[in-house]
Each structure stands twice: as C-alpha cells, then as structure tokens.
Design a binder for this molecule. Structure first.
Ligand SMILES: Nc1ncnc2c1ncn2[C@@H]1O[C@H](COP(=O)(O)OP(=O)(O)OP(=O)(O)O)[C@@H](O)[C@H]1O
Length: 348
C-alpha cells in the first residue's frame, strides 16, 4: 500500500544562471555568503534530507530567508531543484513529465496560502468549487462536496458571502475548505496562519488538528513560529541558511536542542506544556505508585494532578490502562526547567 510519504533527498537549490556548476563547491563546504560574493549565486537549499511521513503533519520552521518557501515549492515542483530528489510514493516529482506533473499537482496536492488567494468576485461557495470546476467535475457533485467542506470548516450559512465580507480567519477557512474539496493526499500550507490574529490563529490550528485526526493527510506546514510548530507538528524540521539544523518531534527538539542556535529558539518555550510524561518516565520497579497519568499527559498537567492529590509520585499508563513507567514530581520539575545553553547541557 502507498504510504503517501514525501521524501526529500540530497536536495540542493542554487539560484542563478549556472547553479549546477556550483553544487560541488557547496558540497565541499562553500557557504551562502561566499557563494554569493565569489560567484553571484544564491544558495537557497543545501543537502536537505527530510522524510515527511504519510498521514502526519511535518512542520518546516525557520526565520525569514532560511529556505522554507523554496523547500515547500519543490514538493509540487513550482521550483526545480539544482540537484536531488523529491519522492512521493517512490516517484521522483522532479522527473515527472509535463502530463504526470499536471495530474500530480491537480489530484495529489492542494495549497493553502498566507494571503488566502481567494477570487474576490466569487462567493464562498464559488471559491470552494473552483478547483473541482477546473477538473471538469459535474456541478451537482462539486457543489455537494464543497458545501460539505464549507460546513466542516465552520462556515455554514456563509456560502453566498464574498471574501471582502469575511474576517481574515473566515477567509482562511475558505482557503482550507477549497484545499480539502480537492481531496488531495498532500496539503501544502505556506505560512497559512501567519497573517491571523493570535486567537484566530489558535482557532485555525485547532480546526486543522481536529480535521487531521480523521483525514490523516500528509501535511507540510511552513511557519516561523515555534509555538505553532510545536502545537501542530508530528515532526519538525528547523532550517537555517538553507540547511536542516535539526529535525525530530517537538519534544526531542525542546529537550535536546542540537546547538546553541536551537537552544536560543526553544529557550522561551514552556516545556511543561510540550513535554509528555512518557518522555521522562523511568522504568517501573515494583508496583505502580501514586497517581495514574495517561500517555500524552503534559508535565504541567501531571504536576497539577500530583499536587492536587497531595502525592509526589505517579505512574504512566498506556491507552489500555497498563502501567508502563514511573515518574515523580522532582523529575517533572527538573524537566520543566530550561537548560541555559547547549554547551552547558553537554557539560552537565
Ligand atoms: N528566485 C530567487 N532568486 C534568487 N534568490 C532567491 C529566489 N528565491 C529565494 N531566494 C533566496 O533563497 C533564500 C531562501 O528564501 P526563501 O524565500 O525560501 O526563505 P523563507 O524561509 O521562505 O523566507 P520568508 O519567511 O521570508 O518567506 C533567500 O536567501 C532568498 O533570498
């Protein structure tokens, strides 16, 4: 069975007329500044290797100019790589012929943009059916599907409104409904929520997480916001200057930042709301003691439960209620305290 995973392998993008000529020097260690200075070419991405598992949300995070948009645009080949592969279910998107690429883009991928990209003269319904219209799907069927998704994203009753009659959050819901109506396996979201107010942004994150529980699409989500990355990402890849500096689960990144750059990024994160009890539990020795904490409970909630029950010990249980580890309040508090730097942590 197809896994619907996306595998980015040894990907390089060097912007400029003779990018291919400089792949080797970059491989040998020439950095972005030197390449620009000596050869007038821009190093967009270098040696990117990321497995984006099917049915999961992979977040690509990084500051402005780190290469996030360049990377996501390779997935539906809006940009051709200078070297490397982008495999989807084993097929290299970069080698598809024109017809296969058109089919892939139309049927397998859908994009959600920061600026919504809605057609202003079309209503919510007409914007949502647009993709199906292009595919030549019969109106009755396309409208039925569109109305279903409009309802799912919480816009029932707004079908006949125009984009300028809607708030930013509502417009982004239309963008999401339009993308989902396509029924594509891959959802590409490029800074989709970055223009929204914080509360609306949280709402939209919740909408995506709720839908994803059921839809299990392969989502690639670009953001420069770590809180958003930690909330949404089953997996997070952090880019800097066109390179992946660290990839893993949010917890791995917060607990074991790969270098001082990532440490600085995660410093302000409330680890109590990110790290799960199973991550820091120790093996059970003897009978389970204290309060029972289900896998997935975050440290802050665990500490609250223990304090409420006036105990300093607990055990972690799996989905079936089986005890799988032990934990105590002291370990929880220790894990909630942020290490000062990567170097300090290594020395500790
Ligand atoms: N068409 C292009 N020609 C030349 N350089 C480019 C081109 N597109 C992107 N770049 C450069 O590639 C690097 C990565 O850019 P990219 O837009 O992918 O970063 P980003 O992380 O998405 O940034 P932002 O968050 O600001 O959108 C930057 O140095 C950028 O200037």
């Amino acid at each position: 069975m197809a896994s619907h995973a996306i595998e980015v392998k040894n990907l390089y993008k060097i912007f400029g007329p003779r990018g291919e000529e400089y792949v080797d020097v970059v491989k040998k260690g020439m950095g972005k500044a030197e390449l620009n200075e000596k050869h007038g070419h821009v190093l967009g991405l270098q040696d990117i290797n990321i497995l984006m598992p099917g049915g999961c949300i992979t977040v690509v995070m990084g500051l402005s100019g780190s290469g996030k948009s360049t990377l996501i645009r390779h997935i539906n080949r809006l940009i051709d790589p200078t070297a490397g592969e982008v495999l989807y279910d084993g097929t290299d998107v970069c080698k598809m012929n024109e017809n296969d690429l058109r089919q892939f883009r139309r049927h397998k991928t859908a994009m959600v943009f920061q600026k919504f990209a809605l057609l202003p003269h079309r209503t919510v319904l007409e914007n949502t059916v647009y993709g199906l219209e292009i595919q030549g799907i019969e109106r009755r069927e396309s409208e039925k599907r569109a109305r279903g998704w409009i309802e799912r994203v919480g816009l029932k009753g707004f079908e006949n409104h125009y984009p300028n009659q809607l708030s930013g959050g509502m417009q982004q819901r239309v963008g999401l409904a339009r993308a989902l109506t396509n029924d594509a396996d891959i959802l590409l979201m490029d800074e989709a929520y970055s223009a929204l107010d914080p509360l609306i942004r949280m709402d939209m994150q919740t909408v995506l997480l709720d839908l994803q529980k059921e839809l299990k699409k392969t989502v690639v989500f670009i953001t420069h916001d770590l809180d958003e990355a930690l909330r949404l990402g089953d997996k997070i890849a952090i880019l800097r200057d066109g390179r992946v500096v660290q990839q893993g689960t949010g917890q791995q990144i917060v607990l074991s930042p790969a270098d001082d750059y990532i440490t600085a990024f995660v410093k302000e994160v409330n680890r109590g709301r990110v790290v799960h009890v199973e991550t820091i539990m120790r093996p059970l020795s003897g009978n389970p003691e204290g309060v029972s904490l289900t896998v997935g409970t975050v440290l802050e909630a665990a500490a609250r439960t223990m304090t409420g029950a006036h105990v300093a010990t607990g055990h972690v249980v799996d989905e079936n209620g089986r005890a799988i580890g032990a934990i105590d309040l002291q370990a929880i508090i220790a894990a909630m305290v942020t290490p000062t730097s990567h170097t300090d942590r290594q020395a500790a």
